[in-house]
Design a binder for this molecule. Structure first.
Ligand SMILES: Cc1ncc(COP(=O)(O)O)c(C=O)c1O
Length: 466
Protein backbone atom coordinates (compact mmCIF):
# COMPACT_ATOMS: atom_id res chain seq x y z
CA UNK A 1 0.00 0.00 0.00
CA UNK A 2 1.58 3.28 -1.07
CA UNK A 3 -1.03 5.54 0.60
CA UNK A 4 -1.23 7.65 -2.49
CA UNK A 5 -4.99 7.87 -1.99
CA UNK A 6 -5.90 9.56 1.26
CA UNK A 7 -8.41 7.97 3.68
CA UNK A 8 -11.95 8.99 2.74
CA UNK A 9 -11.01 9.63 -0.92
CA UNK A 10 -13.77 8.54 -3.34
CA UNK A 11 -12.79 5.99 -5.98
CA UNK A 12 -14.14 6.38 -9.52
CA UNK A 13 -17.24 4.32 -10.32
CA UNK A 14 -16.54 0.85 -11.74
CA UNK A 15 -18.01 1.96 -15.06
CA UNK A 16 -15.78 5.08 -15.30
CA UNK A 17 -12.65 3.19 -14.33
CA UNK A 18 -13.35 0.35 -16.78
CA UNK A 19 -13.73 2.87 -19.63
CA UNK A 20 -10.70 4.89 -18.57
CA UNK A 21 -8.28 1.97 -18.39
CA UNK A 22 -9.89 -0.09 -21.16
CA UNK A 23 -10.83 -3.29 -19.30
CA UNK A 24 -14.20 -4.93 -18.80
CA UNK A 25 -16.44 -3.68 -16.03
CA UNK A 26 -16.54 -7.21 -14.57
CA UNK A 27 -12.77 -7.11 -13.95
CA UNK A 28 -13.05 -3.77 -12.17
CA UNK A 29 -16.01 -5.03 -10.12
CA UNK A 30 -14.07 -8.05 -8.92
CA UNK A 31 -11.01 -5.88 -8.06
CA UNK A 32 -13.25 -3.56 -5.98
CA UNK A 33 -14.81 -6.56 -4.24
CA UNK A 34 -11.38 -7.86 -3.34
CA UNK A 35 -10.36 -4.45 -1.91
CA UNK A 36 -13.63 -4.39 0.05
CA UNK A 37 -13.03 -7.88 1.39
CA UNK A 38 -9.49 -6.97 2.51
CA UNK A 39 -10.69 -3.81 4.23
CA UNK A 40 -8.93 -1.26 2.04
CA UNK A 41 -12.17 0.38 0.90
CA UNK A 42 -15.67 0.82 2.27
CA UNK A 43 -18.99 1.44 0.58
CA UNK A 44 -22.08 -0.06 -0.86
CA UNK A 45 -23.52 -0.34 -4.30
CA UNK A 46 -25.03 3.01 -5.29
CA UNK A 47 -23.40 5.14 -2.55
CA UNK A 48 -19.82 5.08 -3.89
CA UNK A 49 -16.59 3.42 -2.81
CA UNK A 50 -14.18 5.18 -0.46
CA UNK A 51 -10.65 4.54 0.82
CA UNK A 52 -11.05 3.06 4.33
CA UNK A 53 -10.05 5.23 7.30
CA UNK A 54 -8.27 2.35 9.02
CA UNK A 55 -6.55 0.54 6.15
CA UNK A 56 -3.93 -1.68 7.81
CA UNK A 57 -0.63 0.23 8.17
CA UNK A 58 1.35 -3.02 8.36
CA UNK A 59 0.61 -3.51 4.69
CA UNK A 60 2.76 -0.49 3.77
CA UNK A 61 5.42 -1.62 1.31
CA UNK A 62 9.06 -0.89 2.06
CA UNK A 63 10.72 1.29 -0.60
CA UNK A 64 12.76 -0.64 -3.10
CA UNK A 65 16.56 -0.37 -3.07
CA UNK A 66 16.37 1.81 -6.20
CA UNK A 67 13.89 4.13 -4.51
CA UNK A 68 16.17 4.39 -1.47
CA UNK A 69 19.13 5.27 -3.72
CA UNK A 70 17.04 7.99 -5.36
CA UNK A 71 16.63 9.67 -1.98
CA UNK A 72 20.18 10.98 -2.43
CA UNK A 73 20.51 11.39 -6.17
CA UNK A 74 23.75 12.33 -7.87
CA UNK A 75 23.21 15.87 -9.13
CA UNK A 76 24.84 17.94 -11.83
CA UNK A 77 27.21 20.69 -10.71
CA UNK A 78 24.44 23.20 -11.26
CA UNK A 79 21.95 20.91 -9.52
CA UNK A 80 24.18 20.80 -6.45
CA UNK A 81 24.22 24.60 -6.36
CA UNK A 82 20.43 24.72 -6.65
CA UNK A 83 20.11 22.17 -3.82
CA UNK A 84 22.44 24.18 -1.58
CA UNK A 85 20.50 27.35 -2.33
CA UNK A 86 17.18 25.61 -1.63
CA UNK A 87 18.40 24.43 1.77
CA UNK A 88 18.64 28.04 2.95
CA UNK A 89 15.58 29.26 1.10
CA UNK A 90 12.94 30.85 3.26
CA UNK A 91 9.72 32.40 2.09
CA UNK A 92 9.34 35.43 4.33
CA UNK A 93 5.91 35.79 5.92
CA UNK A 94 3.89 38.94 5.28
CA UNK A 95 5.14 40.74 8.33
CA UNK A 96 6.77 44.15 8.75
CA UNK A 97 9.37 44.87 7.18
CA UNK A 98 9.26 42.17 4.48
CA UNK A 99 10.44 43.77 1.25
CA UNK A 100 8.18 41.54 -0.85
CA UNK A 101 4.97 43.07 0.53
CA UNK A 102 3.35 45.80 -1.52
CA UNK A 103 0.15 47.71 -0.91
CA UNK A 104 -2.78 47.39 -3.23
CA UNK A 105 -5.84 49.48 -2.52
CA UNK A 106 -9.53 48.81 -3.15
CA UNK A 107 -9.42 50.96 -6.28
CA UNK A 108 -6.72 48.83 -7.91
CA UNK A 109 -8.34 45.58 -6.82
CA UNK A 110 -11.60 46.73 -8.40
CA UNK A 111 -9.71 47.80 -11.55
CA UNK A 112 -8.03 44.39 -11.76
CA UNK A 113 -11.34 42.61 -11.20
CA UNK A 114 -13.12 44.66 -13.88
CA UNK A 115 -10.28 44.20 -16.37
CA UNK A 116 -10.17 40.47 -15.65
CA UNK A 117 -13.94 40.14 -16.21
CA UNK A 118 -13.77 42.04 -19.48
CA UNK A 119 -10.91 39.86 -20.67
CA UNK A 120 -12.92 36.73 -19.88
CA UNK A 121 -16.09 38.10 -21.45
CA UNK A 122 -14.35 39.01 -24.69
CA UNK A 123 -12.05 36.05 -24.56
CA UNK A 124 -10.02 35.76 -27.74
CA UNK A 125 -9.83 32.07 -28.74
CA UNK A 126 -6.36 32.80 -30.18
CA UNK A 127 -5.20 33.05 -26.58
CA UNK A 128 -5.89 29.33 -26.15
CA UNK A 129 -3.00 28.42 -28.39
CA UNK A 130 0.71 28.69 -27.84
CA UNK A 131 1.82 32.30 -27.91
CA UNK A 132 4.82 34.37 -28.88
CA UNK A 133 7.95 33.65 -26.78
CA UNK A 134 8.51 37.43 -26.56
CA UNK A 135 5.05 37.94 -25.10
CA UNK A 136 1.81 39.30 -26.57
CA UNK A 137 2.27 42.29 -28.83
CA UNK A 138 -0.48 44.26 -27.04
CA UNK A 139 1.42 44.00 -23.76
CA UNK A 140 4.79 44.72 -25.37
CA UNK A 141 3.25 47.89 -26.87
CA UNK A 142 2.00 49.00 -23.46
CA UNK A 143 5.33 48.29 -21.76
CA UNK A 144 7.28 50.15 -24.47
CA UNK A 145 4.94 53.17 -24.19
CA UNK A 146 5.24 53.16 -20.42
CA UNK A 147 9.04 52.86 -20.38
CA UNK A 148 9.59 55.62 -22.94
CA UNK A 149 7.60 58.09 -20.86
CA UNK A 150 8.39 57.00 -17.31
CA UNK A 151 12.03 55.86 -17.65
CA UNK A 152 13.29 57.50 -20.85
CA UNK A 153 14.04 54.02 -22.19
CA UNK A 154 14.67 54.08 -25.95
CA UNK A 155 12.83 51.10 -27.33
CA UNK A 156 10.50 49.63 -29.91
CA UNK A 157 7.95 47.01 -28.81
CA UNK A 158 9.97 44.40 -30.76
CA UNK A 159 12.80 44.84 -28.24
CA UNK A 160 10.54 44.14 -25.26
CA UNK A 161 10.37 40.63 -23.81
CA UNK A 162 7.65 39.82 -21.33
CA UNK A 163 9.19 37.67 -18.61
CA UNK A 164 8.18 36.22 -15.29
CA UNK A 165 10.15 38.84 -13.36
CA UNK A 166 13.61 40.33 -12.99
CA UNK A 167 14.94 36.98 -11.83
CA UNK A 168 14.10 35.34 -15.14
CA UNK A 169 15.61 38.26 -17.04
CA UNK A 170 18.86 37.75 -15.14
CA UNK A 171 18.83 33.99 -15.62
CA UNK A 172 18.23 34.24 -19.38
CA UNK A 173 20.86 36.96 -19.75
CA UNK A 174 23.48 34.76 -18.12
CA UNK A 175 22.52 31.82 -20.34
CA UNK A 176 22.67 33.75 -23.60
CA UNK A 177 25.71 35.97 -22.97
CA UNK A 178 28.08 34.28 -20.54
CA UNK A 179 30.25 31.22 -20.62
CA UNK A 180 31.47 29.57 -17.42
CA UNK A 181 34.50 31.48 -16.15
CA UNK A 182 33.52 34.80 -17.76
CA UNK A 183 34.16 37.76 -15.47
CA UNK A 184 31.16 39.82 -14.38
CA UNK A 185 31.27 42.96 -12.24
CA UNK A 186 28.76 42.89 -9.44
CA UNK A 187 28.03 45.54 -6.86
CA UNK A 188 29.68 44.94 -3.46
CA UNK A 189 27.44 44.91 -1.46
CA UNK A 190 24.81 43.66 -3.86
CA UNK A 191 21.61 41.74 -4.50
CA UNK A 192 22.00 38.12 -3.40
CA UNK A 193 19.67 36.33 -5.89
CA UNK A 194 21.66 37.77 -8.81
CA UNK A 195 24.94 36.82 -7.19
CA UNK A 196 23.63 33.26 -6.67
CA UNK A 197 22.31 32.97 -10.22
CA UNK A 198 25.63 34.16 -11.67
CA UNK A 199 27.82 31.89 -9.61
CA UNK A 200 25.46 28.91 -10.03
CA UNK A 201 25.80 29.17 -13.79
CA UNK A 202 29.60 29.46 -13.54
CA UNK A 203 30.32 33.19 -13.95
CA UNK A 204 33.43 34.60 -12.22
CA UNK A 205 32.23 37.28 -9.85
CA UNK A 206 34.23 40.49 -9.69
CA UNK A 207 33.03 42.45 -6.65
CA UNK A 208 33.16 46.20 -7.29
CA UNK A 209 32.72 48.57 -4.33
CA UNK A 210 29.79 50.95 -4.08
CA UNK A 211 29.85 54.41 -2.50
CA UNK A 212 27.39 57.29 -2.27
CA UNK A 213 27.57 57.78 -6.05
CA UNK A 214 26.89 54.12 -6.78
CA UNK A 215 29.25 51.62 -8.39
CA UNK A 216 32.91 52.73 -8.37
CA UNK A 217 33.62 52.32 -12.08
CA UNK A 218 37.31 53.10 -11.70
CA UNK A 219 37.68 50.29 -9.16
CA UNK A 220 35.95 47.94 -11.61
CA UNK A 221 38.32 48.95 -14.40
CA UNK A 222 41.28 48.19 -12.17
CA UNK A 223 39.88 44.81 -11.04
CA UNK A 224 38.71 43.41 -14.38
CA UNK A 225 39.00 45.80 -17.34
CA UNK A 226 37.95 43.11 -19.81
CA UNK A 227 34.89 41.78 -17.94
CA UNK A 228 32.05 40.47 -20.13
CA UNK A 229 29.25 42.15 -18.23
CA UNK A 230 28.18 44.20 -15.25
CA UNK A 231 25.01 43.77 -13.20
CA UNK A 232 23.87 47.01 -11.59
CA UNK A 233 20.96 48.67 -9.74
CA UNK A 234 21.67 52.33 -10.61
CA UNK A 235 18.38 53.99 -9.64
CA UNK A 236 18.33 52.50 -6.14
CA UNK A 237 21.37 50.47 -5.30
CA UNK A 238 20.53 47.34 -3.40
CA UNK A 239 21.14 47.30 -0.44
CA UNK A 240 22.88 50.67 0.21
CA UNK A 241 20.14 52.79 -1.40
CA UNK A 242 22.69 54.92 -3.36
CA UNK A 243 21.51 56.57 -6.57
CA UNK A 244 24.20 56.36 -9.24
CA UNK A 245 25.43 59.83 -10.23
CA UNK A 246 25.22 60.96 -13.84
CA UNK A 247 29.05 61.10 -14.06
CA UNK A 248 29.33 57.48 -12.96
CA UNK A 249 26.61 56.47 -15.42
CA UNK A 250 28.50 58.03 -18.28
CA UNK A 251 31.77 56.51 -17.09
CA UNK A 252 30.17 53.07 -16.95
CA UNK A 253 28.74 53.42 -20.45
CA UNK A 254 32.15 54.54 -21.75
CA UNK A 255 33.86 51.55 -20.22
CA UNK A 256 31.21 49.07 -21.47
CA UNK A 257 31.36 50.47 -24.99
CA UNK A 258 35.14 50.37 -25.08
CA UNK A 259 35.38 46.90 -23.51
CA UNK A 260 32.50 45.38 -25.51
CA UNK A 261 30.83 44.50 -22.19
CA UNK A 262 27.10 44.19 -21.50
CA UNK A 263 25.36 46.23 -18.82
CA UNK A 264 22.41 44.58 -17.07
CA UNK A 265 20.41 47.45 -15.57
CA UNK A 266 18.01 46.21 -12.88
CA UNK A 267 15.49 49.05 -12.48
CA UNK A 268 13.36 47.21 -9.93
CA UNK A 269 11.69 49.98 -7.91
CA UNK A 270 12.53 53.31 -9.55
CA UNK A 271 8.84 54.25 -10.04
CA UNK A 272 8.63 55.33 -6.44
CA UNK A 273 10.67 58.51 -6.41
CA UNK A 274 9.92 60.96 -3.60
CA UNK A 275 12.17 63.93 -4.33
CA UNK A 276 13.17 65.72 -7.52
CA UNK A 277 13.04 64.37 -11.02
CA UNK A 278 14.14 60.82 -11.75
CA UNK A 279 17.50 60.33 -13.43
CA UNK A 280 17.13 58.81 -16.89
CA UNK A 281 17.73 55.11 -17.11
CA UNK A 282 21.21 53.99 -18.20
CA UNK A 283 19.55 52.43 -21.20
CA UNK A 284 18.21 55.85 -22.21
CA UNK A 285 21.71 57.35 -22.11
CA UNK A 286 23.31 54.53 -24.05
CA UNK A 287 24.15 55.02 -27.71
CA UNK A 288 26.11 51.80 -28.06
CA UNK A 289 23.40 49.10 -27.66
CA UNK A 290 25.17 47.76 -24.59
CA UNK A 291 22.34 47.82 -22.04
CA UNK A 292 19.85 45.11 -21.17
CA UNK A 293 17.17 46.94 -19.24
CA UNK A 294 15.23 44.91 -16.67
CA UNK A 295 11.94 45.96 -15.07
CA UNK A 296 9.38 44.18 -12.94
CA UNK A 297 5.80 44.45 -11.73
CA UNK A 298 6.91 42.96 -8.40
CA UNK A 299 7.27 46.39 -6.81
CA UNK A 300 5.12 48.45 -9.16
CA UNK A 301 2.08 46.22 -8.62
CA UNK A 302 2.66 43.10 -6.50
CA UNK A 303 5.25 40.32 -6.57
CA UNK A 304 2.74 37.48 -6.85
CA UNK A 305 1.96 38.75 -10.37
CA UNK A 306 5.26 37.18 -11.48
CA UNK A 307 5.51 39.45 -14.45
CA UNK A 308 8.44 41.53 -15.57
CA UNK A 309 10.12 42.61 -18.75
CA UNK A 310 13.46 43.19 -20.40
CA UNK A 311 14.36 45.57 -23.18
CA UNK A 312 17.23 44.13 -25.18
CA UNK A 313 19.28 45.57 -28.05
CA UNK A 314 17.86 44.51 -31.45
CA UNK A 315 20.79 42.14 -32.03
CA UNK A 316 19.78 40.09 -28.98
CA UNK A 317 16.03 39.77 -29.58
CA UNK A 318 16.20 36.43 -31.38
CA UNK A 319 18.55 34.72 -28.96
CA UNK A 320 16.37 35.76 -26.02
CA UNK A 321 13.28 34.46 -27.81
CA UNK A 322 15.03 31.12 -28.30
CA UNK A 323 16.11 30.97 -24.67
CA UNK A 324 12.62 31.83 -23.47
CA UNK A 325 11.05 29.17 -25.66
CA UNK A 326 13.38 26.46 -24.42
CA UNK A 327 12.91 27.51 -20.80
CA UNK A 328 9.12 27.68 -20.62
CA UNK A 329 7.87 28.68 -24.09
CA UNK A 330 6.12 31.93 -23.20
CA UNK A 331 4.20 33.77 -20.48
CA UNK A 332 0.56 32.92 -19.74
CA UNK A 333 -1.69 34.47 -22.39
CA UNK A 334 -4.52 35.06 -19.94
CA UNK A 335 -2.34 36.89 -17.44
CA UNK A 336 -0.79 39.02 -20.17
CA UNK A 337 -4.22 39.99 -21.49
CA UNK A 338 -5.31 41.16 -18.03
CA UNK A 339 -2.13 43.17 -17.45
CA UNK A 340 -2.18 44.81 -20.87
CA UNK A 341 -5.84 45.76 -20.35
CA UNK A 342 -4.93 47.15 -16.92
CA UNK A 343 -2.14 49.24 -18.43
CA UNK A 344 -4.14 50.37 -21.50
CA UNK A 345 -6.87 51.78 -19.27
CA UNK A 346 -4.24 53.78 -17.34
CA UNK A 347 -4.76 51.78 -14.13
CA UNK A 348 -1.09 50.95 -13.64
CA UNK A 349 -0.02 54.58 -13.90
CA UNK A 350 -2.68 55.74 -11.46
CA UNK A 351 -1.87 52.85 -9.11
CA UNK A 352 1.79 53.88 -9.07
CA UNK A 353 0.84 57.53 -8.43
CA UNK A 354 -1.39 56.63 -5.49
CA UNK A 355 1.11 54.17 -4.04
CA UNK A 356 3.88 56.75 -4.34
CA UNK A 357 1.89 58.99 -1.97
CA UNK A 358 1.20 56.12 0.36
CA UNK A 359 4.78 54.86 0.37
CA UNK A 360 6.12 58.36 0.96
CA UNK A 361 4.02 58.55 4.16
CA UNK A 362 5.11 55.05 5.14
CA UNK A 363 8.77 55.95 4.57
CA UNK A 364 8.42 59.13 6.61
CA UNK A 365 6.70 57.27 9.44
CA UNK A 366 9.44 54.63 9.60
CA UNK A 367 12.28 57.15 9.42
CA UNK A 368 10.71 59.31 12.10
CA UNK A 369 10.07 56.28 14.37
CA UNK A 370 13.61 54.96 13.89
CA UNK A 371 15.14 58.32 14.70
CA UNK A 372 12.99 58.63 17.80
CA UNK A 373 13.26 55.06 19.10
CA UNK A 374 16.73 54.00 18.05
CA UNK A 375 18.47 57.09 16.72
CA UNK A 376 21.26 56.49 19.27
CA UNK A 377 21.96 53.10 17.66
CA UNK A 378 21.62 53.63 13.94
CA UNK A 379 22.10 56.03 11.07
CA UNK A 380 19.24 55.94 8.57
CA UNK A 381 19.79 56.43 4.87
CA UNK A 382 16.54 58.17 3.94
CA UNK A 383 15.69 56.82 0.50
CA UNK A 384 14.86 59.29 -2.28
CA UNK A 385 13.46 56.40 -4.23
CA UNK A 386 12.16 52.88 -3.72
CA UNK A 387 10.24 50.91 -1.17
CA UNK A 388 12.87 49.91 1.35
CA UNK A 389 15.39 51.75 3.46
CA UNK A 390 18.75 50.84 4.90
CA UNK A 391 20.04 51.78 8.31
CA UNK A 392 23.54 51.17 9.58
CA UNK A 393 24.51 50.52 13.17
CA UNK A 394 26.69 53.21 14.69
CA UNK A 395 28.65 50.72 16.82
CA UNK A 396 29.73 47.10 16.41
CA UNK A 397 26.39 45.30 16.41
CA UNK A 398 25.87 41.83 14.95
CA UNK A 399 23.22 42.56 12.30
CA UNK A 400 22.60 38.85 11.61
CA UNK A 401 21.82 38.32 15.31
CA UNK A 402 19.47 41.33 15.29
CA UNK A 403 17.65 39.98 12.21
CA UNK A 404 17.25 36.60 13.96
CA UNK A 405 15.98 38.22 17.17
CA UNK A 406 13.59 40.39 15.13
CA UNK A 407 12.28 37.25 13.39
CA UNK A 408 11.52 35.70 16.78
CA UNK A 409 9.48 38.82 17.51
CA UNK A 410 7.45 38.65 14.30
CA UNK A 411 9.49 41.01 12.11
CA UNK A 412 11.25 40.40 8.80
CA UNK A 413 14.42 42.46 8.37
CA UNK A 414 17.46 41.69 6.26
CA UNK A 415 20.97 41.97 7.68
CA UNK A 416 23.23 44.08 5.46
CA UNK A 417 26.62 42.45 6.17
CA UNK A 418 25.94 39.16 4.25
CA UNK A 419 25.53 41.24 1.08
CA UNK A 420 29.25 42.07 1.04
CA UNK A 421 31.91 39.98 -0.65
CA UNK A 422 35.31 41.73 -0.52
CA UNK A 423 34.59 45.27 0.67
CA UNK A 424 34.72 45.72 4.47
CA UNK A 425 31.19 44.79 5.54
CA UNK A 426 29.01 47.38 7.23
CA UNK A 427 26.50 46.20 9.78
CA UNK A 428 22.93 47.28 9.23
CA UNK A 429 19.40 46.31 8.32
CA UNK A 430 17.18 46.64 5.25
CA UNK A 431 13.54 47.44 6.02
CA UNK A 432 10.74 47.27 3.45
CA UNK A 433 7.96 49.73 4.22
CA UNK A 434 5.53 49.35 1.34
CA UNK A 435 3.13 46.71 2.60
CA UNK A 436 1.91 48.05 5.94
CA UNK A 437 0.04 51.00 7.38
CA UNK A 438 1.85 53.67 9.34
CA UNK A 439 0.53 52.57 12.71
CA UNK A 440 1.74 48.99 12.17
CA UNK A 441 5.11 50.27 10.97
CA UNK A 442 5.57 52.48 14.05
CA UNK A 443 4.71 49.59 16.39
CA UNK A 444 7.11 47.38 14.46
CA UNK A 445 9.93 49.92 14.82
CA UNK A 446 9.37 49.92 18.58
CA UNK A 447 9.70 46.12 18.60
CA UNK A 448 12.79 46.30 16.40
CA UNK A 449 14.37 48.75 18.83
CA UNK A 450 13.71 46.28 21.68
CA UNK A 451 15.14 43.41 19.62
CA UNK A 452 18.30 45.42 18.86
CA UNK A 453 18.79 46.45 22.49
CA UNK A 454 18.32 42.82 23.59
CA UNK A 455 21.07 41.67 21.19
CA UNK A 456 23.38 44.47 22.31
CA UNK A 457 22.76 43.60 25.98
CA UNK A 458 23.50 39.91 25.34
CA UNK A 459 26.76 40.77 23.62
CA UNK A 460 27.92 43.25 26.30
CA UNK A 461 30.45 41.88 28.79
CA UNK A 462 28.92 41.37 32.23
CA UNK A 463 29.44 44.38 34.57
CA UNK A 464 31.73 43.71 37.51
CA UNK A 465 30.14 44.72 40.78
CA UNK A 466 32.26 46.92 43.03
C1 LIG B 1 17.47 44.33 -6.62
C2 LIG B 1 16.18 43.64 -6.94
N1 LIG B 1 15.92 43.31 -8.22
C3 LIG B 1 14.76 42.70 -8.56
C4 LIG B 1 13.81 42.38 -7.63
C5 LIG B 1 12.51 41.74 -8.06
O1 LIG B 1 12.70 40.54 -8.67
P1 LIG B 1 11.48 39.79 -9.37
O2 LIG B 1 11.00 40.66 -10.48
O3 LIG B 1 12.06 38.51 -9.85
O4 LIG B 1 10.42 39.62 -8.32
C6 LIG B 1 14.05 42.67 -6.29
C7 LIG B 1 13.09 42.26 -5.27
O5 LIG B 1 13.29 42.31 -4.09
C8 LIG B 1 15.26 43.33 -5.94
O6 LIG B 1 15.51 43.67 -4.67
Amino acid sequence: MTRRLAAGCRLPSTRQLATRIGVSRTSVLSAYEQLLAEGYVTGQAGSGTFVAEDAAPSMQLAPTAQAAARANPALSRIGQRYARFASGLELPPNLPFAAGCCSIDAQSIEALRRTGMEVMQNFDPAALHYGDPSGQSALRDEVAKYLRVARAVRCEPEQVLILSGAQQAIDLTIRVLLDPGDAVWIEDPGYLPTREALSTLGARLVPVPVDRDGLDVEAGRRAAPGARAVYITPSHQYPTGAVMSIQRRLELLDWANAAGAWIVEDDYDSEFRYVGRPLASLQGLDRGETVIYVGTLSKMLFPGARLGFAVVPPSLVDVFRGARFLTDRHPSTLQQAVVSGFMRRGFLTSHVQRMRQRYRLARNAVVEAIERQMGDLVEVEVPEVGIQLTMHFRGAVDDVAVAAEAARRGLVVKAVSPHYIAAPPRSGLVLGFSGFDEHRLRTAVAELARATRAVIARAAPPQLSA
